[in-house]
Write a protein that binds this ligand. Structure first.
Ligand code: NDP
Length: 287
């Protein structure tokens, strides 16, 4: 039976470490780190994600003021809030929860966030740094996967990683992070022929398709590490990953469950990114 990569337990450990770090740094800086989480509209899934992010911040001592805007908010109003937050010295990170209501220009909003406060890592300046292999703020989910691999003692350098999915939020930054860590990387997508054979080449297989339980035994090399990023709600109302867990766990070496795998790591990494931005703004480091 495969080793279960317990993202929930690791995220809890990271939150304890982050809380200690915040206490230490805030004493020197004279202020806590600040993360503004902006929610536009009342989408129930977004409300839950935002509540989880704000609660995690409060748990570790990050100042996290609420910005809940009505769904009729205009692009101009949202840009003006972002300008205010960009100037606010108490705010180190700005997160605008996606998806935004129809009618708001997403690109205009995401590129208005100052790159040094872009804790979601979606700004072209941060994407460019990632491509160049330079330090910068990186999207939370893929960075969280790297942390999970590192803290689970799974080597990356020299391994063949196959990433299924090429979105700007998950697949592409995931592939670049693995490449920057000296993996040999293959990126697959909906036009990739013979996907199972391609996936079976992987020592590290990252499934980020958003196709519930599509990945079964025939996609997995015995002993591989399987990272299931997908989260979809099945017809039975339950959360489903992209991987058929039981089937995969019978052949692979290590696997993330859904829920309790990559999801909690995404939130823990949002706080890591906020702390990185805070260290940058205050010139402080505990290392
Ligand atoms: P997108 O829909 O933006 O991207 C999906 C990618 O998968 C695309 O590149 C698409 O290819 C590819 N794809 C879709 N179907 C197939 C297929 N049958 N075969 C091969 N490739 C396929 O999704 P996201 O990247 O935003 O998210 C992916 C999943 O991860 C979703 O389930 C999402 O909910 C989840 N997620 C989980 C997070 C977490 O914290 N755990 C955070 C963010 C996302 P193409 O480009 O050709 O269309």
């Amino acid at each position: 039976m495969a080793k279960i990569l317990d993202g929930k337990a690791l995220a809890a450990t990271l939150h304890e470490e982050q809380a200690r770090e915040v206490t230490k740094l805030a004493a020197k800086a004279g202020r806590p780190p600040g993360l503004a989480v902006v929610l536009v509209g009342a989408d129930p899934a977004s409300q839950t994600y935002v509540a989880n992010k704000r609660n995690a911040c409060k748990k570790v001592g990050i100042y996290a003021p609420d910005y809940n805007l009505k769904s009729e908010t205009t692009t101009g109003e949202l840009l003006s809030l972002i300008d205010t937050l960009n100037r606010d010295p108490a705010i180190d990170g700005i997160l605008v929860q996606l998806p935004l209501p129809a009618g708001i220009e997403k690109e205009a909003v995401l590129t208005r966030i100052a790159p040094d406060k872009d804790v979601d890592g979606f700004h072209p300046a941060n994407l460019g740094r990632l491509v160049a292999g330079e330090p910068g703020l990186v999207a939370c989910t893929p960075r969280g996967v790297i942390t999970l691999l590192d803290r689970s003692g799974i080597p990356i350098a020299g391994k063949h990683a196959v990433v299924i999915g090429r979105s700007l939020i998950v697949g592409r930054p995931m592939a670049l992070l693995l490449l920057n860590r000296d993996a040999t990387v293959t990126i697959c997508h909906s036009k990739t022929p013979n996907l199972p054979a391609m996936a079976r080449e992987a020592d590290i297989l990252v499934a980020a398709l958003g196709r519930p339980e599509m990945i079964g035994r025939d996609y997995i090399k015995p002993g591989a590490t399987v990272i299931d990023v997908g989260i979809s709600r099945g017809s039975d109302g339950k959360l489903k990953g992209d991987v058929r867990f039981e089937e995969a766990a019978a052949v692979c070496g290590a696997i993330t469950p859904v829920p309790g795998g990559v999801g909690p790591m995404t939130i823990a990494t949002l706080l890591d990114n906020t702390l990185d931005a805070y260290r940058h703004h205050t010139g402080l480091s505990t290392h």
